[in-house]
Design a protein around this ligand. Sequence first.
Ligand code: MG
Length: 410
Amino acid sequence: MKRDGLLDVCALIVAAGRGTRARSDPLDRMPKQYALIGENCVLAHTVKVFMTHPEVRHVQVVIHRNDRELYQNTVASRCDDGSNKLLEPVFGGDRRQASVLAGLEALSSYNPDSVLIHDGARPFVDHETIDALLSKISKFDGAICAIPVCDTLKREGGKGTIQETLSRTGLWRAQTPQGFRLTSILEAHRKAFMADKILFSDDASVAEWAGLKVVLVTGRESNIKLTTPEDLVLAQQRAVDMPVGEEKPKIDVRVGTGYDVHRFAPGDHLWLCGVRVPFNKTLVGHSDADVGLHALTDALLGAIGEGDIGTHFPPSDPRWKGARSDHFLKHAVALVRERRGDVGNVDITLICESPKIGPFRTSMRQAIGNVLGLDVERISIKATTSEGLGFTGREEGIAAMASICLVLPA
Ligand code: MG
């Protein structure tokens, strides 16, 4: 939604500095805006905040001439959403002021009403701060984020001794973003350049010098400029809860289901869920006919899209005659492990009138837990009759259903 009097806004992010103060290794000459916080560099985090703000039409980044490839690989490739919102970077000058002027000249061809000028090394700026500025820019020549000074201020008189205590009344620490009408701030910067006034430390100073009316908007302490190695360490610790534009957690959750049936034949025991159950019948099959483990194996294979148990162990292959079914299950688990997957939980339902499952439930959960490397509390084994209906009701065989949840890295 556009505010009254605000046509549109572009962001200008200044990242042409060579600042290496924030790098603790003196041999590492990479500028601090390209240091990693989590999986993205500082500048990419900063750019994403403006890229995801709905009122910002274009984002113009000013970089150092030598950083073109670095910028392409670590910022543009991660922030460009294909919408042409992120403009081609322009090259900055020797000083911040020259870099801002280069960016403003580039943006002027897009003719935005307003511009938000921001330091590339302030990745923790948020949308609320931007909104607060935008609401002021429509009423004044400019508005900047700033924090009232609350520490007591001392002037040093040499050799670490205090000369005097200053009044902090009315003092603020300026941050960025700093927002202005584009034509006003561009004209102010051009005028300063022509007058050889090139040592202003922020854009509000340029605007003030040019006679523009700039107001203060209370910013946030969290919007720090990363300057020292300690700042970077703190920023990296914060990376776990980065605010805007950060990727979703990199996990891939899968589910799988399996179903199997084996029929009864005369006998004295059968295998169910990896446990030998004494019974007056057995289950017939090419292998040991463990209907529970077969359903579970199919569920695992299903979750990773690897076909079914028959694909891997064809009944026509004599090697699997009489085979123990935990061999099939181990094979499916190995395929999951190859993909660095973890089983979250297992839920099996056995459908039969008899044998009674209850007495064997604990050892069945343990047997499956041993193969899967999973706590028994994540393994459920349930049993139900089918009220005398159907083939299970007529006690012609046992059916089993299994569901599993898998977590894979994305
Ligand atoms: Mg089977």
